[in-house]
Design a protein around this ligand. Structure first.
Ligand code: PLP
Length: 400
């Protein structure tokens, strides 16, 4: 019998997952994995958050049945996450003009956003920052959009080239979907200032562009409220737009697949129409989201005490990251080098400015694993390895 699949060729490994395999095989005791995209604690482990454990205990006691969720997800989850993202007293929340649905992580939210824009708004073109999280491009393309890039980084990779960015935005045709990182830009760590965001919003409105804000790291940059600045500003200004958010990082629920898509409309009636459309898209794609992760988040955010302890835990993760950024900067200084990039950036990731070949050297000679685009995960640093990492980075910089 002839196989229908004989002509298929294998796909190349995901470059970041490929790194994990290499890291596991590396026998050196001093090796450090900074390629990962998850938060690790000072001990080097991905923690289970205490508030998540407590929520699970409570849920278990209730012996809840596992029926189907509504297509749009658990209502309490959607309402709580909407308040977390926009602020509980935001006028748009109170007016009921935001359509929020539970999604399969931030990835699922981005995918549904692209499907909605393409199928229902007739959007055919999307743009992403250069560079961006690789999956952005793949997701938009898979939903039928042509994908372009807008200028973001300065040539020397020392920050955002804001003038070039604005020029790129101003040159886009109306109705282009513009994907922007709400905070903690992945991979560069460079975010817009509040004043820059105000200018960005102005251009988005003037050019009649469709903003899609991706916020996968709320709470890891400047703080839970501060990180939502861009999304809240767009909502304040009455812009209609989309926002994809995730509970993977700030609840440590990576594998549970919990996220949300928020579509900010002009009024409540519009939001109801949009929700009905989103339910139809979900129905044909995966019918309804899973129960467990959404229940955990709803339990935590729905109980004032538990929410307060969650906020404390998130702040603990954020301040550990900030502390490691400062430690890396100080250790660089001790080597006679200026690692100020580490303290200028926000979130889990840092762009070192090293080339692909230099990142290879860092891995091969020193056992420090980062992504070939120059990205390292700051959350993979701790007080035991930060000096070694700084010395290794310094050696590679000095070999230039
Ligand atoms: N957006 C960005 C920029 C990310 O870095 C990630 C995860 O790495 C996501 C979205 C998606 O997160 P998840 O689907 O795991 O919630």
């Amino acid at each position: 019998l002839k196989s229908d699949f004989a002509a298929l060729a294998p796909m190349p490994d995901d470059p970041i997952l490929g790194l994990v395999e290499l890291f596991k095989k590396d026998p050196r005791e001093t090796k450090v994995n900074l390629g990962v995209g998850v938060y690790l604690n000072e001990a080097g482990f991905l923690p289970l958050m205490e508030c998540v454990e407590e929520a699970e205990r409570r849920l278990l006691e209730r012996h809840l049945p596992r029926g189907y969720m509504p297509m749009s997800g658990m209502p309490q989850y959607c309402a709580s996450v909407q308040k977390l993202v926009f602020g509980k007293d935001h006028a748009a929340v109170k007016a009921g003009r935001i359509s929020t649905i539970q999604t399969l992580g931030g990835t699922g939210a981005l995918q549904l956003a692209a499907a909605f824009a393409h199928q229902f708004l007739g959007v055919n073109q999307g743009v992403v920052s250069d560079p961006t999280w690789g999956n952005h491009i793949a997701i938009l393309k898979a939903d039928g959009l042509e994908v372009g890039k807008y200028a973001y980084l300065k040539a020397d990779r020392s920050g955002i080239d804001f003038e070039a960015f604005k020029a790129a935005l101003n040159a886009l045709p109306a109705k282009t979907l513009v994907l922007l990182h709400g905070c903690c830009h992945n991979p560069t760590g460079f975010d817009f200032s509040h004043d820059e965001w105000r200018e960005v919003v102005k251009i988005l409105v003037e050019r009649d562009l469709l903003p899609l804000i991706d916020m996968a790291y709320q709470g890891f940059g400047a703080g839970l409220e501060e990180d939502a600045f861009a999304i809240r500003l767009l909502a304040d200004e009455g812009v209609t737009f989309l926002a994809a958010t995730s509970c993977s990082k700030n609840f440590g629920l990576y594998g549970e697949r919990v996220g949300a898509l928020h579509i900010v409309c002009d009024n409540e009636k519009e939001a109801q129409v949009v929700t009905s459309i989103m339910k139809r898209i979900v129905r044909q794609e995966y019918s309804n989201p899973p129960t467990h992760g959404g229940q955990i988040v709803a339990e935590v955010l729905g109980d004032p005490e538990l929410q307060a302890s969650w906020r404390k835990e998130v702040e603990g993760m954020r301040s550990r990251i900030v502390g490691m950024r400062e430690a890396l900067y100080a250790a660089g200084k001790a080597e006679g080098l200026d690692f100020s990039f580490a303290v200028k950036q926000h979130g889990m990731f840092s762009f070192t400015g090293l080339s692909a070949e230099e990142m290879d050297l860092l891995r091969e000679k020193y056992g420090v694993y980062g992504v070939r685009n120059g990205r390292i995960c700051i959350a993979g640093l701790n007080h035991r390895n930060v000096e070694y990492v700084a010395k290794s980075l310094a050696a590679v910089f000095k070999a230039r």
